[in-house]
Design a protein around this ligand. Sequence first.
Ligand SMILES: O=c1ccn([C@@H]2O[C@H](COP(=O)(O)O)[C@@H](O)[C@H]2O)c(=O)[nH]1
Length: 236
Amino acid sequence: MEKEPIIALDFPTWKEAEQFLVPFQNEQLYVKVGMELYLQNGPFIIEQLKKMNHRIFLDLKLHDIPNTVGQAMKGLAALDVDIINVHAAGGVEMMKKARAGLDAGAKGGKRPILLAVTQLTSTSEAAMHADQLISVPLQESVLHYAKKAKEAGCDGVVCSVLEAASIREACGEDFYKVTPGIRLKDGNADDQQRIADPAEARKIGSTMIVVGRPITKAADPVAAYHQVKALWGGQA
Ligand SMILES: O=c1ccn([C@@H]2O[C@H](COP(=O)(O)O)[C@@H](O)[C@H]2O)c(=O)[nH]1
């Protein structure tokens, strides 16, 4: 279990992300750079965060034909981030190519951890049935994707806390279960459907938690971060 919660830096510009980070002073953070920040600002963002010694999850959720994803991963490996990901729905061949691309592009033999997104935490079982025409229960779909991700050489998955226990049972303790959809007990779910609080995530067995708006939109983000961190670490 990683003791730092991962903060989702969902901001449109580096200026806003940098301003958000100022009150954290010299604290070494684990941050997530997603589509909003990366697609508008590019590798510059990663360079800045690395200069600040933060660890980085580059959350681009690649999903394309195997060759395209493999080549993209080869290039992205040069950024030397800590975690990177794909959508498991792209299939086993695509995930294998993603892994091969990372292996080929890795700097000094150290490649990023490769995760596969199972079902987005904003997806409810009803929406999965209606939008994706997947008729099995959502737990089964997530577990299926986790097994396929493992078969393809991924290090773990992105899932909700609600599926973490069954994935641990099927794929083992060391297989990463990185869980967004984290909310404090009295918090707003926003667009998330499968949520849990940081203490539940710890008890159920997430490897890492990802927290965005409950920290970034809080009146006091540093206090919110430390509240999440204490609950996640079992100190609150
Ligand atoms: O299934 C997924 C995969 C990724 N995310 C990302 O995590 C954060 C969550 O932000 P909150 O503000 O805490 O809801 C966000 O960047 C998503 O892109 C996810 O939520 N679910």
